[in-house]
Ligand binder design. Structure first.
Ligand SMILES: Cc1ncc(COP(=O)(O)O)c(C=O)c1O
Length: 358
């Protein structure tokens, strides 16, 4: 009896190149990080505790990416994941509501619940925010999450909509947690960093610099009291973020523009191939504008994910995990020959098992 696959934890850490496996699963870039990040490894000798808020040199470099930001407004974390967790716990009011996009990144509802708050949802329409329904959903919330470009939809929100959201939340005194971890993987325009007194911009080195396993992320906010509270909490939980990761991240930032400029066309080409390939197989999906995911409709996505994995050696993620039942998420963070091989196997699945689905 094959084990049931209940959550992404089943797949996380399985390599895209393990044997005959084709992984459209985990969202981690397969491309190498910037060479300057590797160069750090040879000379690194710092084994003592570091600053809980993050090394000053790294916070200074990060602050330069945000208009008139200062290093005091930045906290360096164990990936964006820790930033989301700590910020939610720091602003938590027991039972308060936090509005999440649906489809959502699978951790968000868990993060909100772990902070003792209640997730509520604003529904995306083909991955886009409808401002009128958004406005209704967020009334009385403690915070909202925005994720543009989005995992799992691959969509980028309109700047006009983001500005309206800034005004609305500012007037209502609602925190905006803007998860911009895909800010540099965007095909349609420059990223628009959200602004405002209660905006918390969350970011990561995982995607921009292909450094997922180094667990390096950060957040920026003008709210100094929030920074202080998070640093206090972090001093009792994970303490400083790994110093070698911070040194590698700082080195990588020096290559940001050339690295990103070289990589976006690679992502875009893969996007085009998988988008067209899935359409040619007759699947219904929209064209992603950023990040590296597609989210086609598939009947009975849970069964399809199992059949694809156990019969065709392909990893996909069940849409149910993202609040999108009857869709499957494919990450295209793998090279073109593997994408093509995976599409070929998917075709066999569609012509065989899938035909028997009710
Ligand atoms: C939208 C989103 N936010 C946060 C994360 C977590 O990123 P990190 O590796 O920086 O913890 C991910 C990872 O896939 C993500 O897709």
């Amino acid at each position: 009896m094959q084990p049931e696959i209940r959550s992404p934890a089943f797949f996380i850490g399985q390599g895209a190149s393990a044997g005959d496996l084709i992984s459209f699963g985990s969202g981690q870039p397969d491309l190498p990080p910037p060479p300057s990040a590797f160069a750090v490894l040879e000379h690194f000798r710092q084994f003592k505790y570091g600053s809980v808020q993050g090394e000053l040199a790294l916070r200074e470099a990060i602050a330069k990416e945000y208009p008139s930001a200062t290093p005091e407004e930045v906290v360096v974390t164990n990936g964006a994941s820790e930033a989301i967790d700590l910020v939610l716990r720091a602003i938590a009011v027991p039972g308060a509501r936090v509005a999440l996009p649906r489809p959502y990144y699978y951790s968000y509802p868990h993060n909100v619940e772990l902070a003792g708050m209640t997730p509520v949802y604003y529904e995306l329409e083909k991955g886009k925010i409808n401002f009128d329904s958004f406005e209704g959903a967020v009334q009385g919330c403690r915070a909202i999450m925005i994720n543009s470009p989005s995992n799992p939809t691959g969509t980028v929100q309109d700047i006009d909509t983001l500005k309206k959201i800034e005004d609305l939340c500012n007037n209502l005194g609602i925190y905006i947690l803007s998860d911009e971890v895909y800010k540099d993987l965007i095909y349609v325009r420059e990223n628009y960093p959200m602004k405002g007194k209660r905006v918390v911009t969350i970011n990561s080195f995982s995607k921009t610099y292909a450094m997922c396993g180094m667990r390096l992320g950060y957040f920026h906010t003008l709210d100094r009291a929030l920074v202080e509270k998070v640093v206090e909490m972090k001093s009792h939980t994970s303490m400083n973020t790994s110093l070698i990761s911070q040194a590698m991240g700082l080195a990588a930032m020096g290559e940001r523009s050339t690295y990103v400029a070289a990589h976006v066309p690679i992502w875009q080409k893969r996007r085009d191939i998988i988008y067209q390939g899935l359409r040619d197989l007759g699947l219904d999906l929209w064209k992603p504008e950023g990040a590296f995911y597609v989210l086609p409709k598939i009947k009975n996505s849970t069964r399809a994910m199992h059949d694809l994995y156990y019969h065709h050696n392909i990893i996909t993620y069940d849409g149910v995990w993202f609040g999108a039942p009857d869709r499957l998420r494919f990450s295209y963070a793998l090279d073109i020959p593997k994408i093509e091989e995976g599409l070929g196997r998917l075709k066999k699945f569609l012509e065989n098992e899938y035909r028997t689905y009710a």
